[in-house]
Design a protein around this ligand. Structure first.
Ligand SMILES: Cc1cc2nc3c(=O)[nH]c(=O)nc-3n(C[C@H](O)[C@H](O)[C@H](O)COP(=O)(O)OP(=O)(O)OC[C@H]3O[C@@H](n4cnc5c(N)ncnc54)[C@H](O)[C@@H]3O)c2cc1C
Length: 406
């Protein structure tokens, strides 16, 4: 079969890889000049197999006033004249309950474990230069109460079959990660997960695209999908600024823009952009000042991951519509967090500011498969939210398996 994948982000490329492995002919379409032009380009770099708890969790109700009103809040909401935002927001609040959150956590843990297996098997098969490593992760908590609450989540996840995790005190944090030596006295402790990995998502996408093309996949860059030709309940072609593109099946993997694409086909797909930011700091000359272990600072809601000789620092969740401009104050805030947590790491003038849009569903669960009422040969592969890098390969395998059945 000939399958056309719309979107050359990590989710589209992982899917294209699985489909090619299954013997299909693949065309990848993207409006950008190269792979990873969207959210996959500068994300937090963490393969977060153990930390899958969705944003929609019951505790959000208590934190909401502070999160929404505090000037330095990592969560920002700006009401738009946009029914998509209102509908998404209401569904999100509806998902902030213990039952939905636990069910989503279980489903995400399963998908993450599957994803890890598929991804690591692929890495063992192919030789991709993408700074993949397994340094473990420390999630830092400022107070004993916060650490105790995290320990309860660890116990819950252990029951659900999640990876091994340990509760460690501040002194152990400094021993495990000497670069946190200055900061350790300001925390109660951390959850340490030795099995967590990190990878440069942009490099991974570039390498996957190269591999796919070498094996016969066709890449159509500078190609914006503008519409669909549908006959008898089947898509016969895409309409793009470069002309018609035909295929037997079409996979919609356009990140946060999948919702608008689906609307062209009369379908409602509850995916909304959650804007975030990152900076990338050169640590080549001061390797000991940057952490080896991935770190999440829950006080600042910022994640740090070492990728090669660089440190990726990412954070912020903004529900502010579709504006993709970089807000300089957010970059300054990430720089400030980096200075506080890793004071020995010099931040040069070049910190590579970046912004991206997480393609989020209200529950945090991605959408993989056909949509009821939609064209028979349209496959959704979207809504991976804050975990697209982590979940891409599991979702890709699931979609390829579903397609095998047609
Ligand atoms: C700040 C931040 C930190 C993050 N950290 C992590 C992390 O540490 N770990 C993790 O697992 N996840 C993380 N994520 C989430 C992850 O980056 C995303 O879930 C993932 O990149 C989504 O991949 P995607 O392929 O679905 O979308 P994208 O990467 O956005 O790709 C979509 C592609 O579709 C193309 N496209 C869109 N519309 C059209 C059209 N009409 N025609 C043609 N092409 C089109 C775009 O050009 C784009 O290339 C983070 C995200 C952000 C923003």
């Amino acid at each position: 079969m000939h399958v056309c994948v719309i979107g050359a982000g990590v989710v589209g490329l992982a899917t294209a890889y699985s489909l090619q492995q299954a013997g299909h002919q693949v065309t990848v379409v993207d409006r950008a000049a190269q792979a990873a032009a969207g959210a996959s380009g500068g994300n937090g770099a963490q393969l977060s197999y153990a930390y899958v708890q969705p944003l929609a969790e019951p505790g959000i109700w208590k934190q909401l006033p502070k999160l929404l009103l505090a000037a330095d809040s990592p969560l920002k909401f700006r009401l738009q004249a946009d029914p998509q935002q209102w509908s998404w927001g209401l569904q999100f609040l509806g998902a902030c309950n213990a039952t939905t959150s636990a069910a989503s956590t279980q489903a995400l843990l399963n998908l993450a474990a599957e994803s890890r297996q598929v991804f690591e098997a692929m890495l063992a098969r192919e030789s991709l230069d993408c700074d993949h490593h397994t340094p473990g992760k420390l999630v830092l908590y400022p107070t004993q109460a916060a650490l105790d609450s995290a320990a309860r989540q660890v116990a819950l996840q252990a029951q659900l079959g999640g990876p091994a995790q340990q509760v460690v005190d501040a002194a152990a944090v400094a021993r495990l990660e000497p670069a946190l030596g200055h900061y350790a006295p300001r925390m109660a402790g951390a959850i340490y997960t030795p099995s967590e990995s990190a990878v440069d998502c942009r490099k991974l996408c570039e390498q996957l695209a190269r591999l796919l093309a070498q094996r016969g996949a066709r890449f159509c860059y500078f190609t914006t999908v503008e519409g669909y030709e549908v006959q008898g309940g089947t898509i016969t072609a895409l309409h793009s600024n470069q002309g018609r593109i035909t295929a037997d099946h079409f996979v919609l993997a356009s990140g946060w823009e999948s919702a608008a694409q689906a609307r062209r086909l009369g379908l409602h797909v509850p995916v909304y952009p959650l804007k975030g930011y990152s900076i990338t700091v050169d640590a080549a000359h001061t390797p000991a000042a940057a952490p080896r272990i991935s770190v999440t600072d829950t006080t600042r809601k910022v994640v740090f991951a070492r990728i090669g000789e660089r440190l990726r620092v990412a954070g912020m969740v903004e529900i502010v519509g579709r504006n993709q401009q970089i807000d300089a104050s957010k970059i300054a805030s990430l720089q400030q967090s980096t200075r506080e947590v890793f004071p020995d790491l010099p931040l040069g003038a070049e910190v590579q500011p970046w912004t991206g849009m997480r393609p989020a569903t209200p529950t945090g669960l991605p959408i993989t498969g056909r949509k009821q009422g939609g064209p028979a040969n349209l496959w959704l592969q979207t809504g991976h939210g804050a975990l697209g890098l982590t979940l891409a390969f599991g979702s890709a395998q699931r979609l390829a398996q579903q397609m095998e059945k047609v």
